[in-house]
Design a binder for this molecule. Structure first.
Ligand SMILES: *[C@@H]1O[C@H](CO)[C@@H](O)[C@H](O)[C@H]1NC(C)=O
Ligand SMILES: *[C@@H]1O[C@H](CO)[C@@H](O)[C@H](O)[C@H]1NC(C)=O
Length: 413
């Protein structure tokens, strides 16, 4: 059983986005008077203060001291750190999405419901899903399939392969075909990998560029990874445009939902791009006057402007929302309005499958992987609370002000 302790006389107001956190208040936390006491929680059974989110004593070895909420009060509790969970009736935390305490071929998956009870993070052993074919490997953490020996979800220098336990593993075998002795890393073939611009990491292994490759770009004489910007101007993607018996080759094209403007670059539709103030890029790459009043979004299918949250132009259960695929830092402000799930029932298939996937959550009509940064600020990741709210929370080991404090961003009903 997890150790359960009351923090004396702590009444929790329920505000989620406050800085410093609620336990920093001396009326709520007797430790708040200590130097750096706002990072401490009171443990009644020995009357001492302990630094929050440290593993071990007074908690079991793999658990950490966390602020919990129970019956309107804040309590100090021992919990498995995010990214780990325990089997029912145990206090040992195991990493999620790895073999952990499971049989060979199974992985340890989070049990969603258990987040409701006592804040305990529980896990269970499950079999990986089947991918379309043998060249693909299932990665439990995001529920997707990736090509074997591609970088997939791995950090640069590792490739995805089958581990000894039969599960996909980010690894780098020094005797494998993807190993580059010069820097000790492993790279997928036909990606840039450790090579200079214009060269690709080829079987051998070697860094090179050959004119017969689809990756070859005649204009620059270089080879570039497919479906990246490659040798192209801004807003383009270098991808296969032509498949012929003599071989395929890649070309620079505008990314989808982009249009080429007079300056040769491609810009996301309905952003300002190179246009004047109060103008936006329209289809065909022309600059047109923004047709909407402030605070309204342009829905191209209707050629009209709507207030965000309006149901009218959208399918049942959906409302007009900001274009979540536009990245303001890169694309600039987007006037594009999209239909996204509102609070009602929503018919979209991908959203349905997102809701039913325990490792994912819907935010703003898009599907995000829990326990990754997703739409969160640096230092935070996306988690689901007991209430079903999806929010950005500081990653383990980071505390405000090193990361932005908890911001509730969406209710996932
Ligand atoms: C996964 O890869 C790492 C790094 O190469 C290796 O140390 C580990 O043993 C592998 N795990 C399994 C289960 O094969
Ligand atoms: C490749 O470039 C050369 C010179 O830059 C040019 O003569 C040739 O026609 C180009 N080939 C193709 C297929 O575009």
């Amino acid at each position: 059983m997890a150790a359960w302790v009351w923090l004396a006389a702590l009444l929790y107001g329920g505000q989620a986005a406050v800085l410093p956190p609620p336990w920093a208040d001396i009326r709520r936390n007797p430790c708040a008077a200590h130097p750096r006491g706002w990072l401490m929680l009171y443990w009644p059974s020995d009357g001492k203060c302990y630094t929050i989110y440290t593993k071990g004593h007074p908690c079991p070895d793999t658990q950490e001291l966390s602020p919990g909420k129970w019956g309107g009060r804040t309590i100090a509790e021992c919990k498995c750190p995010p990214g780990t969970a325990q089997l029912p009736h145990t206090t040992t935390c195991h990493k999620l999405f790895e073999k952990g305490p499971c049989r060979t071929g199974e992985y340890f998956a989070p049990v969603e419901e258990s987040f409701n009870k006592r804040g305990e993070r529980q896990g269970m052993c499950v079999r990986p899903q089947q991918c379309a074919d043998e060249t693909l490997l299932y990665w439990p953490a995001d529920g997707r399939c990736y090509y074997r020996l591609s970088q997939g979800p791995c950090y640069s220098g590792d490739v995805l392969d089958i581990g000894d336990d039969g599960l996909a593993n980010c690894t780098c075998a020094t005797d494998g075909p993807n190993h580059w002795p010069t820097d000790g890393g492993c790279y997928a073939h036909y990606t840039r990998g450790p090579c200079e611009k214009g060269k690709l990491f080829l079987p051998g292994p070697k860094c090179g560029c050959e004119t017969h490759l689809p990756h070859y770009n005649n204009a620059t004489g270089g080879c570039y990874e497919l479906d990246t910007v490659g040798p192209c101007p801004k807003g383009h993607i270098f991808s296969i445009s032509e498949v012929t018996p003599l071989g395929s080759h890649a070309e620079c094209r505008c990314k989808s939902f982009h249009a080429r403007a007079a300056d040769g670059a491609c810009y996301r539709l309905y952003t300002r791009g190179p246009c004047g103030q109060d103008e936006m890029i329209s289809r065909g790459g022309r600059c047109t006057k923004v047709p909407c009043a402030r605070g309204r979004l342009y829905v191209p299918e209707r050629r009209r402007c709507y207030r965000p949250g309006t149901a009218e132009p959208c399918p049942l259960g959906e409302v007009v929302a900001f274009d979540f695929e536009a990245r303001p830092a890169l694309d600039g402000l987007s006037h594009n309005g999209v239909c996204a799930c509102g609070n009602g029932p929503c018919a979209k298939k991908d959203i349905e499958s997102c809701i039913s996937h325990r490792g994912k959550a819907v935010y703003g009509g898009a599907c995000h992987i829990l326990h990754t940064q997703g739409p969160c600020p640096d230092g935070a990741w996306l988690v689901r609370e007991a209430s079903g709210n999806v929010k950005c929370q500081c990653r383990p080991g980071l505390l405000p002000p090193d990361c932005k404090d908890i911001t509730v961003i969406s209710i996932n009903s």
